[in-house]
Ligand binder design. Structure first.
Ligand code: SF4
Length: 304
């Protein structure tokens, strides 16, 4: 195969089996204090002809995939995105689902006609970084979106696509823990995403948030992490699939994970999930020596 395929450097864990198609390079925003994903990449829209060529050869690079994911961070801003999604579907009838990362503000401001055209072309799901529903925290970490944008993105985007919201546990530190959990639950209740996916703040060396730690943000202990998770789960009243599908949420004792987050349909499985959090809290209090993702990342025992 002569084609030099350009893979997107990141995709959500739930897209591990997807065919990956790079539509843009980098992130249009690139300012979130906790994020190091595209810091060294200058944002650009890939030439449509290049993307089309990869679409034509997609099956050769992903022989067993059944779904497709569009990279990098905000591909819906590509001027030819509708045409790209349509061509992707036409040339690859085996694709069951097409998903993409999207910024909340982009979706909140996008014309409904464009969203509708994308749906018709074959886009199914958006992965949106909510991170927090608290405006003070969103501003502190330079998210470039407000709680209002998040609600609008969820409501508007949800008319056309499945919506996955990502929450960063611990993002407000010990200082804003309660506001972070409670206001995020309120945003989720209004935005009604289909999925809520939790990541626990794990400091990436060299990112702006590193300098905030110990000044504006006190990292949570394992016990505080569980308390924040409990407040978030308790506060969500709408139907959504809630999952901690990332290693950053794990808690470890003597190098082994003993808590791997909670997963289930809210509100139906809320009681069971809260019980699991209470059990983990008891364990943390009794075994004492517990490590979280920041401890493990420093030791090089987990990669993020
Ligand atoms: S979190 Fe998303 S929007 Fe923010 S800089 Fe990273 S890729 Fe861009």
């Amino acid at each position: 195969m002569e084609l030099d395929y350009d893979y997107p450097p990141y995709r959500p864990p739930s897209e591990a089996g997807s065919a990956l198609l790079r539509v843009v390079r980098g992130c249009t925003w690139n300012k979130c204090a906790f994020c190091g994903m595209y810091k060294d990449i200058k944002f650009e829209q890939r030439r449509k002809e290049e993307v089309f060529k990869e679409i034509e050869h997609l099956r050769e690079f992903f022989p067993v995939a059944r779904t497709a994911f569009l990279g990098d961070s905000n591909p819906l801003v590509h001027k030819d995105i509708v045409e790209i999604v349509r061509y992707l579907r036409e040339r690859n009838p085996w694709i069951e689902r097409v998903t993409a990362y999207a910024r909340a503000r982009t979706i909140a401001r996008m014309k409904r006609e464009k969203l509708e055209a994308l749906k018709r072309a074959g886009l199914n799901r958006l992965h949106i970084g909510m991170e927090s529903g608290d405006d003070e925290i969103l501003e502190m970490v330079s998210k470039g979106a407000t709680a209002e944008d998040l609600i609008e993105a969820g409501k508007k985007g949800g008319k056309f696509f499945e919506i996955s919201f990502y929450y960063i546990l611990g993002l407000g530190g010990k200082e804003r823990m309660e506001n972070h959990a409670k206001r995020s639950a309120e945003v989720i209740n209004q935005a009604r995403p289909d999925f809520v996916r939790v990541r626990t703040l794990t400091v990436i060396p060299g990112t702006p948030i590193e300098k905030m730690i110990g000044e504006k943000i006190t990292l949570l202990t394992a016990e505080e992490q569980l308390n924040e998770l409990r407040m978030l789960v308790e506060g969500i009243k709408v139907r959504t699939y809630f999952t901690c599908d990332h290693v950053s949420n794990y808690l470890f004792h003597r190098g082994r994970a003993f808590f791997m987050g909670v997963h289930g349909v809210l509100p139906d499985e809320k009681e069971r999930m809260l019980e699991e959090i209470s059990d983990a809290l008891e364990l943390v209090r009794s075994i004492g020596e517990v490590m979280n993702s920041n401890d493990m990342a420093k030791l090089g025992r987990i990669m993020l």
